[in-house]
Design a binder for this molecule. Sequence first.
Ligand SMILES: C[S@@+](CC[C@H](N)C(=O)[O-])C[C@H]1O[C@@H](n2cnc3c(N)ncnc32)[C@H](O)[C@@H]1O
Length: 342
Amino acid sequence: MIWSCPVCKAPLTVPLNAEAKNLVCANGHSFDRAKQGYFNLLLANKKNSQNPGDDASMLNHRREFLEAGHYQPLVDALQKTIAGLVGPDTENVNILDVGCGEGFYLASLQQGLALPSLHCAGIDIAKAAAKLAARKYPSVDWAVASSFQLPVLDESVDVLLRVFAPGDVQEIVRVLKPQGHFVRVVPGPEHLFEFKEVLYRRAVRHELPATPEGFLPVDSIEVKYPISLESNQALRPLLNMTPFLWRGKREGREMLLQAERLDVTANFVIQVYSVDPLAIVEPVMETVVETKVDPETEVKVESEVATEVEPEAEAVTITETETETEIIEPIVKPAKKAFTFD
Ligand SMILES: C[S@@+](CC[C@H](N)C(=O)[O-])C[C@H]1O[C@@H](n2cnc3c(N)ncnc32)[C@H](O)[C@@H]1O
Protein backbone atom coordinates (compact mmCIF):
# COMPACT_ATOMS: atom_id res chain seq x y z
CA MET A 1 0.00 0.00 0.00
CA ILE A 2 1.40 3.39 -1.03
CA TRP A 3 -0.86 5.69 1.04
CA SER A 4 0.66 7.93 3.70
CA CYS A 5 -1.18 9.79 6.42
CA PRO A 6 -2.13 13.29 5.22
CA VAL A 7 -1.74 14.55 8.79
CA CYS A 8 1.65 13.17 9.87
CA LYS A 9 2.99 11.45 6.69
CA ALA A 10 3.40 8.05 8.42
CA PRO A 11 2.48 4.97 6.35
CA LEU A 12 -1.22 4.07 6.33
CA THR A 13 -2.11 0.43 6.75
CA VAL A 14 -5.21 -1.68 7.20
CA PRO A 15 -5.34 -2.78 10.86
CA LEU A 16 -5.01 -6.55 11.27
CA ASN A 17 -7.86 -6.88 13.73
CA ALA A 18 -10.42 -4.93 11.68
CA GLU A 19 -12.52 -5.96 8.72
CA ALA A 20 -10.55 -3.65 6.41
CA LYS A 21 -12.95 -0.78 6.92
CA ASN A 22 -10.35 1.87 7.67
CA LEU A 23 -6.75 2.94 7.24
CA VAL A 24 -4.65 3.86 10.25
CA CYS A 25 -1.18 5.25 10.85
CA ALA A 26 1.15 4.62 13.79
CA ASN A 27 0.10 7.96 15.31
CA GLY A 28 -3.55 6.94 15.58
CA HIS A 29 -5.02 8.91 12.69
CA SER A 30 -7.77 6.92 11.06
CA PHE A 31 -9.57 7.20 7.74
CA ASP A 32 -12.74 5.25 7.08
CA ARG A 33 -13.47 3.56 3.80
CA ALA A 34 -16.52 5.17 2.19
CA LYS A 35 -19.29 2.77 1.33
CA GLN A 36 -18.35 3.02 -2.34
CA GLY A 37 -14.84 1.83 -1.40
CA TYR A 38 -12.61 4.94 -1.63
CA PHE A 39 -10.74 6.77 1.14
CA ASN A 40 -11.00 10.47 1.75
CA LEU A 41 -7.43 11.64 2.37
CA LEU A 42 -8.05 15.33 1.69
CA LEU A 43 -7.99 17.29 4.91
CA ALA A 44 -10.87 19.70 5.28
CA ASN A 45 -8.48 22.58 5.90
CA LYS A 46 -6.82 21.96 2.53
CA LYS A 47 -9.79 22.88 0.38
CA ASN A 48 -11.53 26.16 -0.13
CA SER A 49 -14.85 24.91 -1.38
CA GLN A 50 -17.27 22.24 -0.33
CA ASN A 51 -16.85 20.27 -3.57
CA PRO A 52 -13.56 21.04 -5.32
CA GLY A 53 -12.74 19.60 -8.76
CA ASP A 54 -15.02 18.47 -11.57
CA ASP A 55 -18.67 18.04 -10.74
CA ALA A 56 -20.70 14.86 -11.15
CA SER A 57 -22.26 16.04 -14.41
CA MET A 58 -18.88 16.66 -16.10
CA LEU A 59 -17.56 13.36 -14.78
CA ASN A 60 -20.56 11.40 -16.03
CA HIS A 61 -20.32 13.00 -19.47
CA ARG A 62 -16.60 12.19 -19.55
CA ARG A 63 -17.37 8.57 -18.68
CA GLU A 64 -19.99 8.36 -21.42
CA PHE A 65 -17.58 9.83 -23.98
CA LEU A 66 -14.64 7.63 -22.98
CA GLU A 67 -16.73 4.48 -22.81
CA ALA A 68 -17.96 5.16 -26.35
CA GLY A 69 -14.34 4.43 -27.37
CA HIS A 70 -13.49 7.83 -28.86
CA TYR A 71 -10.14 7.97 -27.03
CA GLN A 72 -9.31 4.25 -27.35
CA PRO A 73 -6.22 4.96 -29.51
CA LEU A 74 -4.87 6.99 -26.58
CA VAL A 75 -5.56 4.11 -24.15
CA ASP A 76 -3.77 1.69 -26.49
CA ALA A 77 -0.76 3.99 -26.85
CA LEU A 78 -0.59 4.51 -23.08
CA GLN A 79 -0.73 0.80 -22.45
CA LYS A 80 2.07 0.14 -24.92
CA THR A 81 4.17 2.94 -23.46
CA ILE A 82 3.75 1.82 -19.85
CA ALA A 83 4.26 -1.85 -20.71
CA GLY A 84 7.58 -0.81 -22.24
CA LEU A 85 8.57 1.04 -19.07
CA VAL A 86 7.83 -1.68 -16.52
CA GLY A 87 8.56 -4.86 -18.48
CA PRO A 88 6.43 -8.06 -18.37
CA ASP A 89 8.17 -9.70 -15.40
CA THR A 90 8.61 -6.74 -13.08
CA GLU A 91 7.23 -7.47 -9.62
CA ASN A 92 5.35 -5.14 -7.30
CA VAL A 93 4.63 -2.42 -9.82
CA ASN A 94 2.76 0.60 -8.43
CA ILE A 95 0.94 2.88 -10.85
CA LEU A 96 -0.56 6.08 -9.48
CA ASP A 97 -2.98 8.15 -11.58
CA VAL A 98 -3.30 11.73 -10.32
CA GLY A 99 -6.38 13.72 -11.31
CA CYS A 100 -7.81 10.35 -12.32
CA GLY A 101 -11.37 11.57 -12.88
CA GLU A 102 -13.93 8.76 -13.02
CA GLY A 103 -11.19 6.15 -13.41
CA PHE A 104 -11.48 5.02 -17.02
CA TYR A 105 -7.80 5.22 -18.00
CA LEU A 106 -6.37 3.57 -14.91
CA ALA A 107 -8.92 0.76 -14.90
CA SER A 108 -8.29 0.14 -18.62
CA LEU A 109 -4.56 0.01 -17.98
CA GLN A 110 -4.91 -2.35 -15.05
CA GLN A 111 -6.88 -4.72 -17.20
CA GLY A 112 -4.73 -4.35 -20.31
CA LEU A 113 -1.33 -4.57 -18.64
CA ALA A 114 -2.24 -7.71 -16.66
CA LEU A 115 1.07 -7.75 -14.78
CA PRO A 116 1.58 -10.41 -12.07
CA SER A 117 1.76 -8.04 -9.09
CA LEU A 118 0.43 -4.74 -10.34
CA HIS A 119 -1.06 -2.34 -7.84
CA CYS A 120 -3.06 0.61 -9.17
CA ALA A 121 -4.13 3.67 -7.18
CA GLY A 122 -5.87 6.83 -8.30
CA ILE A 123 -6.51 10.17 -6.64
CA ASP A 124 -8.72 13.08 -7.56
CA ILE A 125 -9.69 16.19 -5.62
CA ALA A 126 -13.34 15.66 -6.57
CA LYS A 127 -15.22 13.36 -4.23
CA ALA A 128 -17.68 12.68 -7.06
CA ALA A 129 -14.78 11.29 -9.10
CA ALA A 130 -13.62 8.91 -6.36
CA LYS A 131 -17.19 7.73 -5.84
CA LEU A 132 -17.75 6.96 -9.51
CA ALA A 133 -14.36 5.29 -9.88
CA ALA A 134 -14.65 3.16 -6.74
CA ARG A 135 -18.15 1.98 -7.55
CA LYS A 136 -17.21 0.79 -11.01
CA TYR A 137 -13.62 -0.38 -10.53
CA PRO A 138 -13.21 -1.95 -7.07
CA SER A 139 -9.88 -3.62 -7.88
CA VAL A 140 -8.11 -0.23 -7.93
CA ASP A 141 -7.42 1.83 -4.77
CA TRP A 142 -9.12 5.23 -5.01
CA ALA A 143 -8.77 8.27 -2.78
CA VAL A 144 -9.89 11.87 -2.62
CA ALA A 145 -6.68 13.89 -2.44
CA SER A 146 -4.88 16.83 -3.98
CA SER A 147 -2.21 16.28 -6.60
CA PHE A 148 -0.32 19.14 -4.98
CA GLN A 149 0.05 17.29 -1.67
CA LEU A 150 -0.08 13.61 -2.39
CA PRO A 151 -0.90 11.30 0.54
CA VAL A 152 1.64 8.90 -0.90
CA LEU A 153 4.87 7.47 0.54
CA ASP A 154 8.24 8.71 -0.68
CA GLU A 155 9.78 6.66 -3.49
CA SER A 156 6.86 4.24 -3.70
CA VAL A 157 5.56 4.70 -7.25
CA ASP A 158 6.88 3.13 -10.48
CA VAL A 159 4.71 5.06 -12.93
CA LEU A 160 2.92 8.29 -12.09
CA LEU A 161 0.28 8.97 -14.72
CA ARG A 162 -1.34 12.36 -15.24
CA VAL A 163 -3.90 12.70 -18.03
CA PHE A 164 -5.18 16.23 -18.67
CA ALA A 165 -4.86 17.04 -15.01
CA PRO A 166 -2.87 19.47 -12.91
CA GLY A 167 -0.25 18.67 -10.29
CA ASP A 168 2.96 19.58 -8.57
CA VAL A 169 6.16 18.22 -10.11
CA GLN A 170 8.13 18.27 -6.87
CA GLU A 171 5.53 15.99 -5.34
CA ILE A 172 6.00 13.66 -8.30
CA VAL A 173 9.76 13.59 -7.79
CA ARG A 174 9.17 12.79 -4.11
CA VAL A 175 6.81 9.84 -4.66
CA LEU A 176 8.52 8.22 -7.66
CA LYS A 177 10.99 5.39 -7.11
CA PRO A 178 14.49 6.40 -8.31
CA GLN A 179 13.96 4.35 -11.50
CA GLY A 180 10.32 5.44 -11.84
CA HIS A 181 8.66 7.39 -14.65
CA PHE A 182 6.32 10.32 -14.93
CA VAL A 183 3.89 9.79 -17.83
CA ARG A 184 1.98 12.91 -18.74
CA VAL A 185 -0.73 13.21 -21.39
CA VAL A 186 -1.22 16.71 -22.74
CA PRO A 187 -3.27 18.01 -25.66
CA GLY A 188 -1.38 18.08 -28.96
CA PRO A 189 -1.42 21.24 -31.10
CA GLU A 190 -4.53 20.24 -33.07
CA HIS A 191 -6.57 18.78 -30.22
CA LEU A 192 -10.25 19.64 -30.77
CA PHE A 193 -9.18 22.61 -32.89
CA GLU A 194 -12.42 22.53 -34.90
CA PHE A 195 -14.28 23.07 -31.67
CA LYS A 196 -12.28 26.11 -30.81
CA GLU A 197 -12.78 27.58 -34.27
CA VAL A 198 -16.51 27.60 -33.67
CA LEU A 199 -16.28 28.85 -30.11
CA TYR A 200 -13.50 31.44 -30.02
CA ARG A 201 -12.85 34.58 -32.03
CA ARG A 202 -9.22 33.58 -32.36
CA ALA A 203 -8.59 29.84 -31.97
CA VAL A 204 -5.07 29.06 -30.78
CA ARG A 205 -3.20 25.78 -31.20
CA HIS A 206 -1.94 24.12 -28.02
CA GLU A 207 1.73 24.56 -27.25
CA LEU A 208 3.44 21.58 -25.70
CA PRO A 209 4.66 22.16 -22.16
CA ALA A 210 8.42 22.02 -21.56
CA THR A 211 10.20 19.27 -19.62
CA PRO A 212 9.29 19.82 -15.98
CA GLU A 213 12.00 20.79 -13.55
CA GLY A 214 13.63 17.79 -11.91
CA PHE A 215 13.02 15.43 -14.86
CA LEU A 216 14.79 14.14 -17.94
CA PRO A 217 12.84 13.49 -21.16
CA VAL A 218 12.66 9.80 -22.11
CA ASP A 219 10.07 9.67 -24.88
CA SER A 220 7.31 11.65 -26.56
CA ILE A 221 4.56 9.85 -28.46
CA GLU A 222 2.03 11.75 -30.55
CA VAL A 223 -1.43 10.27 -31.12
CA LYS A 224 -3.58 11.98 -33.75
CA TYR A 225 -6.74 10.87 -35.55
CA PRO A 226 -10.14 12.17 -36.64
CA ILE A 227 -13.28 11.57 -34.62
CA SER A 228 -16.72 11.69 -36.23
CA LEU A 229 -19.59 12.34 -33.87
CA GLU A 230 -22.57 11.51 -36.02
CA SER A 231 -25.50 12.71 -34.00
CA ASN A 232 -26.36 15.42 -31.51
CA GLN A 233 -26.57 12.73 -28.83
CA ALA A 234 -23.04 11.57 -29.64
CA LEU A 235 -21.48 15.03 -29.45
CA ARG A 236 -23.21 16.23 -26.28
CA PRO A 237 -20.92 14.31 -23.86
CA LEU A 238 -17.84 15.91 -25.43
CA LEU A 239 -19.37 19.37 -25.09
CA ASN A 240 -20.36 18.76 -21.51
CA MET A 241 -17.21 17.11 -20.20
CA THR A 242 -14.96 20.14 -20.77
CA PRO A 243 -15.23 23.79 -19.80
CA PHE A 244 -15.38 24.64 -23.55
CA LEU A 245 -19.08 25.18 -23.43
CA TRP A 246 -19.18 27.87 -20.81
CA ARG A 247 -16.11 29.71 -22.08
CA GLY A 248 -16.88 30.25 -25.77
CA LYS A 249 -18.96 32.70 -27.81
CA ARG A 250 -22.71 32.33 -27.36
CA GLU A 251 -23.42 31.87 -31.10
CA GLY A 252 -20.75 29.17 -31.34
CA ARG A 253 -22.07 27.44 -28.29
CA GLU A 254 -25.58 27.38 -29.66
CA MET A 255 -24.37 26.14 -33.03
CA LEU A 256 -22.58 23.24 -31.35
CA LEU A 257 -25.52 22.42 -29.11
CA GLN A 258 -27.81 22.20 -32.17
CA ALA A 259 -25.31 20.38 -34.43
CA GLU A 260 -26.25 16.96 -35.79
CA ARG A 261 -22.69 16.02 -36.72
CA LEU A 262 -19.21 17.07 -35.66
CA ASP A 263 -15.85 16.07 -37.11
CA VAL A 264 -13.00 16.89 -34.78
CA THR A 265 -9.34 16.03 -34.44
CA ALA A 266 -8.14 14.13 -31.41
CA ASN A 267 -4.49 14.94 -30.80
CA PHE A 268 -2.57 13.91 -27.71
CA VAL A 269 1.06 13.80 -26.73
CA ILE A 270 2.26 11.22 -24.22
CA GLN A 271 5.35 12.63 -22.56
CA VAL A 272 7.55 10.24 -20.61
CA TYR A 273 10.12 11.47 -18.09
CA SER A 274 12.57 9.94 -15.64
CA VAL A 275 13.72 11.58 -12.43
CA ASP A 276 16.88 13.62 -12.90
CA PRO A 277 19.22 12.17 -10.23
CA LEU A 278 21.04 15.51 -10.01
CA ALA A 279 17.93 17.58 -9.39
CA ILE A 280 17.47 19.28 -6.04
CA VAL A 281 13.95 18.95 -4.70
CA GLU A 282 12.67 21.97 -2.79
CA PRO A 283 10.76 21.35 0.45
CA VAL A 284 6.99 21.02 0.14
CA MET A 285 5.11 24.21 0.90
CA GLU A 286 1.74 24.75 2.49
CA THR A 287 -0.91 25.59 -0.11
CA VAL A 288 -4.34 27.11 -0.51
CA VAL A 289 -6.62 25.80 -3.26
CA GLU A 290 -7.73 28.11 -6.09
CA THR A 291 -10.09 27.19 -8.92
CA LYS A 292 -9.36 28.42 -12.42
CA VAL A 293 -9.27 27.18 -16.02
CA ASP A 294 -5.86 26.49 -17.51
CA PRO A 295 -5.87 28.48 -20.78
CA GLU A 296 -3.53 25.96 -22.42
CA THR A 297 -5.39 22.77 -21.68
CA GLU A 298 -8.90 24.17 -21.17
CA VAL A 299 -8.98 22.06 -18.03
CA LYS A 300 -10.63 23.24 -14.85
CA VAL A 301 -7.85 23.22 -12.32
CA GLU A 302 -7.97 23.19 -8.57
CA SER A 303 -4.48 24.53 -8.23
CA GLU A 304 -2.80 25.54 -5.08
CA VAL A 305 -1.03 28.72 -4.22
CA ALA A 306 2.11 28.01 -2.24
CA THR A 307 2.84 29.72 1.04
CA GLU A 308 5.63 28.86 3.49
CA VAL A 309 4.79 26.03 5.87
CA GLU A 310 4.65 27.10 9.47
CA PRO A 311 5.62 23.89 11.32
CA GLU A 312 4.06 24.93 14.63
CA ALA A 313 0.75 25.80 12.98
CA GLU A 314 0.66 22.42 11.26
CA ALA A 315 1.48 20.62 14.51
CA VAL A 316 -1.68 21.97 16.13
CA THR A 317 -3.86 19.91 13.82
CA ILE A 318 -2.12 16.68 14.80
CA THR A 319 -2.93 16.74 18.51
CA GLU A 320 -5.66 14.44 19.56
CA THR A 321 -7.70 16.34 22.11
CA GLU A 322 -11.35 16.73 21.19
CA THR A 323 -11.17 20.49 20.67
CA GLU A 324 -8.01 20.49 18.58
CA THR A 325 -9.10 17.74 16.21
CA GLU A 326 -12.12 19.85 15.37
CA ILE A 327 -9.77 22.05 13.37
CA ILE A 328 -9.39 19.35 10.76
CA GLU A 329 -12.77 17.66 11.01
CA PRO A 330 -14.55 15.97 9.39
CA ILE A 331 -11.62 14.24 7.77
CA VAL A 332 -9.37 13.19 10.66
CA LYS A 333 -10.26 11.82 14.05
CA PRO A 334 -8.32 9.73 16.58
CA ALA A 335 -8.46 6.04 15.65
CA LYS A 336 -11.25 5.05 18.02
CA LYS A 337 -13.56 7.80 16.78
CA ALA A 338 -13.22 7.33 13.04
CA PHE A 339 -15.81 8.83 10.73
CA THR A 340 -17.89 7.04 8.15
CA PHE A 341 -18.26 8.73 4.80
CA ASP A 342 -21.29 8.39 2.58
C1 LIG B 1 -9.92 17.15 -17.37
S1 LIG B 1 -10.18 16.13 -15.99
C2 LIG B 1 -9.22 14.71 -16.43
C3 LIG B 1 -9.67 13.49 -15.70
C4 LIG B 1 -9.00 12.18 -16.17
N1 LIG B 1 -7.58 12.23 -16.00
C5 LIG B 1 -9.39 11.91 -17.60
O1 LIG B 1 -8.62 12.30 -18.50
O2 LIG B 1 -10.45 11.36 -17.81
C6 LIG B 1 -9.17 16.89 -14.72
C7 LIG B 1 -9.35 16.20 -13.38
O3 LIG B 1 -8.43 16.79 -12.44
C8 LIG B 1 -9.10 16.93 -11.20
N2 LIG B 1 -8.37 17.97 -10.44
C9 LIG B 1 -8.37 19.30 -10.60
N3 LIG B 1 -7.55 19.88 -9.68
C10 LIG B 1 -7.01 18.87 -8.94
C11 LIG B 1 -6.08 18.81 -7.84
N4 LIG B 1 -5.56 19.91 -7.32
N5 LIG B 1 -5.75 17.60 -7.33
C12 LIG B 1 -6.29 16.46 -7.84
N6 LIG B 1 -7.17 16.45 -8.87
C13 LIG B 1 -7.51 17.63 -9.42
C14 LIG B 1 -10.53 17.27 -11.56
O4 LIG B 1 -11.44 17.00 -10.52
C15 LIG B 1 -10.74 16.38 -12.78
O5 LIG B 1 -11.26 15.10 -12.43
